[in-house]
Design a protein around this ligand. Structure first.
Ligand code: SF4
Length: 236
């Protein structure tokens, strides 16, 4: 567990990390969690007690890895909802639509990865032959969910370009996400070490991509996040 000012927009939140992920994104920086190294079993009771003893936080973010991969995540969220006063958010890669549907009952905010347009490009990003229908199904569920939601894309050099951003922005518009965040790839401690040789996009190039997305998303708050300047909102 950790605390953070960036994992729940506008709130100081506790962060609960759950191990495991079905994907193997070469550029992932959560190697230890994804490969389930140094993971330990923690009692839900202990997490709830920790949250209730922490008087400075307003919210809790459950993240991973992929938090919906853990069967007990629904029980964890249910108890967070019933036994704390906190706002609750999860980060998800959209690969568990049934669990997402159940989880939404307990959530105030959802942040999801839309890694590429919904076709075979996805496999390259996530490092497995993935079932796009599962991602599509999760997006359809989220379209009907009228609470705040964010989509995020990591701009991985050679894998995500301006055409992809145009296509992803149309998905973001269709699902009516409130926020769309473009994240700068960071070449350090990556799951596949080859990605550490890539150069990250400069802030100026991230702004250009943000403006491309914003053209399709007049009602969505489009943001970039870079090492140089942190979070920045993109205006017309
Ligand atoms: S970046 Fe990819 S591999 Fe890493 S946690 Fe997210 S979905 Fe899993």
């Amino acid at each position: 567990m950790d605390s953070s000012t960036v994992d729940y927009i506008g709130k100081l939140c506790a962060v609960v990390y759950l191990c495991g992920c079905p994907f193997r994104c070469g550029w992932c920086q959560n190697k230890e969690l994804v490969l389930e190294r140094n993971c330990s079993i923690v009692d839900i009771e202990d997490i709830i007690n920790f949250l209730n003893e922490n008087f400075v936080i307003d919210a809790v973010c459950v993240t991973g890895g992929e938090p919906l991969m853990q069967k007990n995540v629904i029980e964890l969220l249910r108890r967070m909802r019933n036994e704390t006063e906190l706002l609750i958010k999860i980060d998800t890669n959209l690969y568990f639509p049934d669990r997402l549907k159940t989880a939404l009952k307990f959530l105030d905010f959802v942040s999801v990865d839309v890694k590429s347009p919904l076709d075979r490009r996805y496999d390259k990003l996530v490092g497995i032959n993935c079932n796009i229908d599962r991602i599509q199904e999760s997006l359809e569920i989220l379209k009907k969910w009228k609470m705040p939601k964010e989509a995020r894309t990591t701009i991985v050099p050679n894998l995500v370009d301006s055409n992809d951003i145009r296509d992803i922005a149309k998905i973001v518009r269709n699902v009516e996400f409130d926020y769309y965040t473009l994240q700068q790839f960071r070449p350090s401690n990556t799951l596949d070490e080859k990605f550490e040789e890539l150069e990250t996009l400069k802030r100026e190039d991230m702004i250009k991509l943000g403006r491309i997305a914003k053209k399709f998303l007049p009602k969505t708050r489009v943001r970039i996040v870079t090492q140089e300047n942190g979070f920045e909102e993109i205006e017309f």
